[in-house]
Design a protein. Structure first.
Length: 134
């Protein structure tokens, strides 16, 4: 099963579990790696690919760190970093798509996933801070 199938499968199973968001972030990072490997061998693509790889892989790393946090403040801090990385990832994906350097369909699928990460992480940060109203 490839990572695209894994992402789709994980979306359909218990989206609220801690394991699921880590799994989705992991497979998302793998898809971003594949995307960056497919980019043209041009200086502009190297720069954008480097930034995209850093931000996209940081999402999962910070989620894992948050779940191992030693305090609530630490937990919120790592979630905030993951959220910022998700937002930055959206920027780089849009830039690749709109510049015509990457396949539009692929970048749109990855962008949809990055948007979902942003939404989930923002909601988690608000909940953790006690500012989310149900």
């Amino acid at each position: 099963m490839d990572s695209k199938e894994e992402i789709a499968k994980s979306k359909n199973t218990n989206q609220n579990s801690k394991r699921d968001i880590k799994r989705r972030a992991y497979f998302f990072a793998l898809e971003v790696i594949k995307l960056t490997d497919s980019l043209p061998n041009q200086r502009v693509c190297w720069v954008i690919a480097d930034q995209l790889l850093r931000s996209a892989t940081s999402i999962g790393a910070n989620i894992i760190e948050a779940q191992a946090a030693s305090s609530k403040k630490d937990f919120v801090n790592f979630l905030n970093h993951a959220l910022k990385s998700a937002n930055e990832t959206k920027f780089w994906l849009c830039l690749l798509r709109d510049s015509g350097k990457a396949d539009e369909n692929l970048t749109d699928k990855l962008l949809d996933e990055a948007i979902e990460f942003s939404n989930m992480l923002a909601a988690s940060v608000l909940t953790a801070k006690g500012k989310r109203k149900f």
